[in-house]
Design a protein around this ligand. Structure first.
Ligand code: C5P
Length: 297
């Protein structure tokens, strides 16, 4: 595999983190007439992620670095560039520039790698162009780029609803967490298709998210609020059963489940020390998997 250059932002560059997004719950409430699914998902953000820089001025461009860069090398449709073009369409005279992406998260993995990169691009362009963070054009450009981008633009724990456009801030306890990806990409559209819901179908109403007095109270609630995309994703990628079993066998695990449309699974722990121990165990027995311990929330 070709190697990518190390991430080295220019001295006059602005930088932003693009954290991994984790869907702690993901309820599919139905399917809209336009084909998108109506969702209700509690989302949290991890301490780990990609990094993006922008040197403002000149033509829009993107340079890739980091371990994930070779996989993205030929993608002219990278979500960073798409987000920049969507904002340019809405903001006359937008100053763009050269982006540098340090790609660390796995691709098509259900932890919003591309969506978080796109959101970081919008935040960088907003800073470079003195656009207020709550300017509706940023939100519109985010949704036009992808359903997960508005939540990533918000960047903190929230309830994501509708197709992904309705964001309600949430105050959640912090957890130690382990993210595991068996390096099997699963295209989101395929997982939704495997649900085989007809347009107009209605399955359930959204449940309100209560306030949690403790991590234990939150875990008890999470157990009753699964990720509805997990069964179809496991059918498409049976290795996910093995990932779930490996995480459930770690000491101190509070909950293990899939994020988004997969194939990344996460597990929650009381603190980052328990998470680091668990990550060591999983990585030791499965050296080919991507395993990361982090903080969530
Ligand atoms: O919005 P985005 O391009 O990220 O979505 C990728 C695909 O996932 C969509 O084309 C659609 O098939 C599916 N999707 C969906 N309902 C959602 C979000 C995504 O059906 N709320």
């Amino acid at each position: 595999m070709p190697t990518a250059p190390a991430f080295a932002p220019e001295s006059d560059a602005l930088t932003e983190r693009a954290p991994a997004k984790v869907n702690l719950t993901l309820r599919v409430l139905g399917r809209r007439a336009d084909g998108y699914h109506e969702l209700s998902s509690v989302v949290a953000f991890a301490g780990t992620g990609d990094r993006l820089s922008l040197t403002p001025g000149g033509e829009l461009a993107l340079a890739l670095a980091g371990p994930g860069a070779p996989v993205l090398a030929d993608d002219d449709n990278n979500l960073v560039l798409r987000a920049a073009r969507e904002l340019d369409r809405r903001v006359p005279g937008l100053v763009a520039g050269r982006f540098g992406l340090d790609k660390r998260l796995p691709i098509a993995a259900g932890i919003g790698g591309g969506s978080s990169d796109a959101a970081a691009a919008l935040r960088l362009l907003a800073r470079a162009n003195h656009i207020a963070p709550d300017d509706p054009r940023l939100h519109e450009a985010a949704l036009a780029t992808g359903s997960d981008v508005p939540a990533c633009l918000y960047g903190r724990s929230c309830l994501m609803a509708g197709r992904g456009e309705a964001i309600t801030p949430l105050d959640l306890p912090r957890f130690g967490a382990v993210l595991v990806n068996p390096r099997v990409p699963i295209p989101t559209a395929e997982v939704f298709r495997a649900l085989a819901l007809a347009p107009g179908a209605r399955l359930a109403d959204a449940s309100a998210v209560p306030a949690f007095a403790s991590r234990a109270a939150m875990v008890a609630w999470l157990i009753g609020q699964p990720n509805d995309l997990e069964p179809p994703a496991h059918r498409l990628a049976p290795v996910l059963d093995e990932v779930a079993a490996a995480l459930r066998a770690t000491p101190g695990v509070l909950l293990a489940r899939m994020s988004g449309s997969g194939a990344t699974l996460f597990a929650l722990y009381e603190d980052c020390r328990a998470a680091a121990r668990a990550a060591k165990q999983v990585a030791g027995s499965h050296p080919a998997w991507w395993v990361k311990s982090t903080i969530l929330g």
